[in-house]
Ligand binder design. Structure first.
Ligand SMILES: [Mg+2]
Length: 319
């Protein structure tokens, strides 16, 4: 389908940044700075599973890159370049124009140029695969396995809104137009704190991005670091769109709701002032929610110090 490939070339091909070989050769090529390691990550987005078929393609383009940039943030890496693979059942020019505009705007905003990829016709449905490549000072990448006992646990931004919007859009909660309006951007237009996170190596210990729910993702840190955690419900940053909803619904959205694409990380208490200053500098709302303890597993305590039990821990990719 040569004509269709011309269209895709038209929407996605841009001149390569200086000192990079971009779209148009067999490989894209760029060099890393001396003293840096490459951090790379890839994510698949499937129509009907990770996004609704009628989602705004401009926002989908932004989110396709944002979810990958979020993984770079979790490593404390800065973005260098990305690759995009698209499988489309047909070529819809209006869709492609909006999708590519969103994707490339995000790439510009985060200094993460698109330097290659692949396109093909799918039998059914849209599949989007994005790979990001970033760099982090050698040996300094933030890992899930580096939490220390007595570390503070921090999260960026506010929690629960993406899950609330998903519940309204999927019909699992009766529609509330105002709350959907207030929560929808969190689901459809996430903004991972990449610029802030690249200052965390050497300051924070362990980190992860919240993609499948705080309880589950913090659980990955605890398992990898062989420790436990105590988190306090009154310290959790509940998104304003959730205020006034039944408490169990708020707790489930905040603790088990996915699609957040913000950071959860641990750091020594001695770093509190430095972290708050960094957060202010990057206009990040940063919240201390609990601490790392010896033992295993996550305990979330309510106002009265009683453990909160959740029906679901988070998103299960094979459910
Ligand atoms: Mg991740």
């Amino acid at each position: 389908m040569p004509k269709e490939f011309d269209l895709i070339a038209q929407y996605f091909t841009r001149p390569a940044p200086e000192k990079m070989v971009g779209v148009g050769d067999d490989c894209a090529i760029f060099s890393l700075r001396a003293g840096y390691d490459m951090a790379t990550s890839t994510d698949l987005l499937l129509e009907g599973r990770h996004f609704f078929s009628d989602v705004d393609p401009y926002l989908l383009g932004r989110k396709a890159l944002a979810v990958n940039l979020s993984d770079l943030a979790a490593a404390g890496a800065s973005a260098r370049a990305c690759l995009l693979s698209l499988a489309l059942p047909s070529v819809d020019e209006a869709w492609l124009a909006a999708f590519s505009r969103g994707f490339l705007e995000m790439a510009d905003a985060y200094c993460c140029p698109l330097i290659g990829g692949d396109t093909t016709r799918s039998l059914d449905h849209i599949t989007i695969g994005v790979t990001v490549m970033g760099e982090v000072p050698s040996g300094k990448a933030l890992l899930r396995s580096h939490a220390h006992i007595d570390d503070d646990i921090w999260v960026s931004d506010y929690l629960g809104a993406a899950d609330l919007a998903l519940r309204y859009l999927s019909g699992s909660l009766p529609m509330d137009a105002q709350r959907l309006h207030d929560s929808r951007a969190a689901l459809e237009n996430p903004a991972p704190p990449v610029a802030f996170a690249q200052h965390l190596p050497g300051v924070a210990h362990a980190a992860i991005d919240i993609s499948d729910g705080l309880a589950q993702d913090l659980g990955h840190i605890l398992k990898a670091s062989q420790c436990g955690a105590e988190v306090h419900w009154p310290m959790l940053p509940v998104h304003a769109a959730l205020h006034g909803l039944p408490l169990p619904l708020q707790q489930e959205a905040v603790l088990a709701g996915g699609d957040v694409f913000q950071l959860c990380f641990t750091a020594a208490p001695a770093q509190r002032e430095k972290l708050q200053a960094l957060a202010a500098e990057h206009q990040i709302a940063l919240h201390r929610i609990g601490r790392i303890i010896s033992g295993a597993g996550l305990r979330v305590l309510d106002q009265a110090g009683q453990p909160i039990l959740l029906a679901h821990q988070g998103f299960d990719h094979f459910a």
